[in-house]
Design a protein around this ligand. Sequence first.
Ligand code: CA
Length: 462
Amino acid sequence: MNYQSKTILFAFLCISMLNQLYAQEQPNIILILTDDQGWADVGFNGSTDIPTPSLDKLASEGVIFSNGYVSHPYCSPSRAGLLTGRYQARFGHDCNMPYEGENDASIGTPLSEKMISEALKEQGYRTSAIGKWHVGDHPDLHPPAQGFDHWFGFPGGNMNYWGYPANPLQTIYRNGEEVSQSELSYLTDDFTDEAISFITKKEDKPFFIYLAYNAPHSPDHTTKKHLEKTKHIEYSGRNIYASMVNAVDTGIGKIDSTLVANNIKDNTIIVFLSDNGGRIEHADNRPYRGHKGMLFEGGIKVPFFINWPEKIIGNQVYDKPVISLDLYPTFLQAANIDTTKESNLDGKSLLPYISNKNKGAPHDILFWRSVGGFEYAVRKGDYKLYKSAYKNKTLLFNLKNDSYERYDISDENPEIIIKLEAAYKKWDSKNIAPGWVDPHPKNVILEEKRLQETLKKSTKGK
Ligand code: CA
């Protein structure tokens, strides 16, 4: 080997070593999303009937966001915001997909949006999507097209827990190939096992796993084993819902043990949140008002924590408002990636705030838009404006005195309404109309009518 070749080889080895060192410093990231789980359906937010010991342990080792929001009160749009770090109204994704979506590649989060998976993959991460997808039904919009090296799950919005393929959207795929029924047991357990298998692959690269359990979304399916821990709940069908939550908790406990056993727990970030408020049946969003689909706090405030033993001091509760959109830039900063290149993000990295380096609030103002403004909400400081289609009125609350939104103060504060409406209009002027619509407006009217009729039937006197 001549001198020149030796020099090139030496330079190559130095670069390789530096790359490896850099790669090892980057944390692994596991983003765990549950589906329709209520704010109060975890022990760390006060649940007394559903055992969630693994989530409670991870939450106590990290930072609990007690005012943690998602950017939409139901499934698909909330996921579109989470994965892109941008308000999904920016790209017209503020409705669930219509059922014929698998035939139309223009329905779903467009490929022009850069997902967190793509940003991390560019930086050398190996990336995995496991569970429910629901941000693009057409095969051209499935996880492999959005920066995921590995995919195990189903494309649509809901699925039976036994993995029986009902149609292309309710079929379990692994990297585009249909998974045989004999490989599946109970989906929550299958998703956990797939995550563990991805974690334990011996590769030098850091990993990113988007683990989107469909639990505890309907249908209410559980196993006898999981029901053992919640059969004490003698309250309608909540024992089954609770066992579905507990199955997720058991799975997360196994993932945590796997990280410990592989000596990678300290430099692995785990984030846990639900995609929207708890569903109308069996979930518990109390003390907050409302449920999935509504822009009351119960529809958009979710159980939410971050755990990263190496860099984040545990046993903290962070009470300033944060939103799911913040996770994208938080992960980029954690991985030492220059976030200025992603200047179109609406989220903010939360690392300076939870480390107390920045004592201010991550957000001066937050917005929600559902079905092109059929409903919308604005939170600025203590005030929250909610243009509610359910109540056919624009409501105003002071969350400092009334975090449960019991007292509408809109009539006494017209000037605040004007200011918040103007802020919404300005924000919305940069959004686009929904690319498609869903039956939500019709459902809202039916649901509210049912509620008012029940009240009328059951109420007497002045
Ligand atoms: Ca959901």
